[in-house]
Design a protein around this ligand. Structure first.
Ligand code: CMX
Length: 133
C-alpha cells in the first residue's frame, strides 16, 4: 500500500531564513519553491537522498500551518507517504475506521494528488497520502 516516505513537512516562519541551514550548512539541494494557494502555503522542496524535506511557510493567518506555528512553534508538521491509486487507498483507510480530513484527493504541491488523515486517528501524527502522476 505504502511505497515510501515521499517527504517530511516542516513548518517554518520564513523559507528564506530557513534555507541557509538546509542548503549552506547541511549542503542539501534545493529542488524548487512554489506556492500552493489552496493550502495557503509557500513550499520549498529539498532533496534528502531518497526522500525530500518540504519547508512550509504560511501565506495567510488562516493557513493550517500558521495555526500550527502559533500553537507549537516551528518544527515537524507532517509525514507524506507515497502511494499509488490514492482514491482506493483512501477508501481502504476509511473502511479501517481511519478519519480522513480529505474524503477524496485534491491537488497539492509538485502536481501531486494528496489527502490527509486526521492526527486523532493516527496516534498524533498528521499523515498525508501523496500520489505523483
Ligand atoms: N500534527 C499533529 N497534530 C496536530 C497537527 C499536526 N500537524 N496539527 C494539529 N494537530 C492536533 C492539535 O495538537 C490538536 O490536538 P489536541 O486537541 O490534542 O490539542 C488537534 O490536532 C486539533 O488542532 P487545532 O490546532 O485545533 O487545529 P484544527 O483542528 O483546526 O486543524 C488539522 C488540525 C490537522 C485538521 C488541520 O491542520 C488540517 O486540516 N491539516 C491538513 C491540511 C494541512 O496541514 N495543510 C498544510 C500543508 C499542505 C501541503 O503540504 O501542501
Amino acid at each position: 500500500m505504502i511505497k515510501k516516505v515521499d517527504h517530511i513537512g516542516i513548518a517554518v516562519r520564513s523559507i528564506e531564513d530557513s534555507l541557509d541551514f538546509y542548503v549552506s550548512t547541511l549542503k542539501l539541494e534545493l529542488l524548487g519553491i512554489e506556492e500552493v494557494e489552496s493550502e495557503n502555503v509557500r513550499v520549498a522542496f529539498i532533496k534528502a537522498g531518497e526522500t525530500k524535506l518540504e519547508l512550509l511557510q504560511p501565506t495567510s493567518p488562516n493557513s493550517a500551518v500558521a495555526k500550527f506555528i502559533e500553537k507549537k512553534g516551528e518544527g515537524i508538521h507532517h509525514v507524506a507517504l507515497g502511494v499509488s491509486s490514492i482514491e482506493e487507498r483512501i477508501q481502504e483507510l476509511k473502511e479501517n475506521g481511519i478519519q480522513m480530513i480529505n474524503e477524496t484527493s485534491k491537488p497539492g504541491a509538485g502536481g501531486a494528488q494528496i489527502a490527509f488523515m486526521h492526527p486523532k486517528s493516527t496516534g498524533g501524527v498528521l499523515l498525508e497520502l501523496c500520489e505523483k502522476k
